[in-house]
Design a protein around this ligand. Structure first.
Ligand code: PLP
Length: 416
């Protein structure tokens, strides 16, 4: 679309007509070229919504999610519009106003107020914003676990290295069946110098779903903060930050939310905003402000489109689908040669990530690429710092048929 006065007027009219509850795709007149209804029920439709290379079975959303055609279309259109007159786009408030739509959609998705929600580049970025914004001092202590992802940990390590903050690491076994013990360990680790607990909602290592509401409640009772890394939860299972009761929650746009790469969300509850002051949001929590500078606005708008789609399907339904495929993998892989399931059995602790241990003789970092090369099935090799294993992620575009094929191939490849 070429920039001209007519388009601009039309564009502004559409934007101002868009109410807070309005859908982002309606706010971008040139988006949604491939708008399709929820394609949940049929394999054909589901596959068609994405750009997967032919025959690829993608069980790797926990590492990096795919954008749908719809999201790519919306992102591309707005990007093209921006590039037709970059200065105009930013200077005349199109961009800030449009970007705010994503904030509204995302806040509603996570169950918080818009002025508790910020756009970031990733979970790591959101976590680092919180770390930086806390102003912890030498001798202050933070509690975390042995199963955190580097993205949720590196900020704390930085504070330990340069500012003398002390990290207390709770050791949680990989095979856990009782989360009360986790609560007991956290409780036992809290001292008068402890300022916060920093923990994943869903462990990247095993997919264990942590009892965040209980952990938040414990933290609040001890007057410390609960900071939650939601990289493996938002978009994968239903998340309501108010029900969780945590003080801060961060998510990746580019995993389960299936937004453009380099996007993320950060929630800071109103009652923690006087304690956490991220530098990039000093001016305001708005997506585009003086202290953030220019950001990836097409990506942010694309993320709005992606979240809107998940909202339209309904996260209850998404979670149910994802868990049902994961449980199918669990049950069918239970008695497979050379494979031990580490993740929890179907139930409250299960998430759409399923991790399995391989014997040392089968190196996961070789096994995963071999299966990809031979069978076009993509899943993750679990990091060696945790265990030698593989991890499957099941999301809305995956089907029972795909899962059954994966089960058959894994059994075949692990036979001897
Ligand atoms: C639990 C967890 N936290 C953080 C990250 C890093 O996410 P991002 O790349 O969005 O910073 C990951 C990535 O896999 C993760 O699993």
């Amino acid at each position: 679309m070429k920039y001209n006065k007519y388009n601009r007027r039309k564009f502004l009219t559409t934007v101002s007509a868009c109410t807070a509850a309005g859908l982002l795709m309606n706010a971008i007149p040139f988006s949604g070229a491939n708008a399709q209804t929820n394609s949940f029920s049929s394999d054909e439709e589901t596959k068609n919504d994405y750009l997967f290379s032919p025959g690829l079975i993608y069980l790797n959303t926990g590492t990096l999610g795919p954008c749908s055609r719809r999201t790519i279309g919306a992102t591309k259109k707005i990007w093209e519009h921006l590039e037709s007159f970059p200065l105009q786009f930013y200077a005349e408030k199109f961009a800030p106003e449009l970007a705010e739509k994503t904030r509204i959609i995302a806040a509603s998705f996570l169950g918080c107020e818009v002025d508790e929600l910020m756009m970031t580049r990733s979970t790591t970025d959101g976590m680092n914003a919180v770390v930086q914004g806390l102003n912890l001092k030498s001798g202050d202590r933070i509690i975390t676990t042995n199963q955190e992802h580097e993205g949720g940990l590196s900020g704390w390590k930085y504070l330990a290295k340069y500012h003398g903050v002390i990290i207390d690491t709770i050791n949680i076994p990989f095979e856990v069946s009782d989360t009360d013990k986790i609560l007991e360990s956290i409780n036992a680790a809290i001292t008068s110098a402890t300022k916060l607990v920093s923990i994943s909602h869903v462990f990247s290592s095993t997919g264990l779903r942590l009892p965040i509401a209980e952990i938040s409640s414990l933290a609040r009772s001890k007057n410390i903060l609960c900071i939650v890394d939601g990289a493996q939860a938002a978009g994968s299972i239903k998340v309501n930050v108010k029900e969780l009761g945590c003080h801060a929650y961060m998510a990746s746009g580019h995993k389960w939310l299936m937004g453009p790469k380099g996007t993320g969300l950060l929630y800071i509850s109103k009652d923690a905003q006087d304690k956490i002051h991220p530098m990039q949001f000093e001016d305001s929590y708005n997506t585009y402000n003086q202290s953030t500078g220019v950001g990836n606005l097409p990506g942010i708008l694309g993320l709005g489109t992606a979240i809107e789609h998940l909202t339209r399907i309904g996260m209850d339904k998404v979670e149910q689908h994802n868990i049902s495929l994961r449980n199918r993998l669990y049950t069918q892989l239970l008695n497979t040669n050379n494979l031990t399931i580490v993740s929890s059995p179907p139930g409250a602790l299960a998430s759409p990530l399923l991790s399995c241990r391989l014997p040392e003789k089968i190196e996961s970092t070789k096994f995963s690429p071999m299966v990809l090369e031979k069978h076009k099935i993509s899943f993750r090799a679990v990091h060696k710092q945790w265990f030698n294993g593989i991890r499957f992620s099941t999301h809305i575009f995956n089907t029972e048929k795909e899962v059954d094929k994966v089960i058959e191939i894994i059994r075949k490849e692990l036979k001897s």
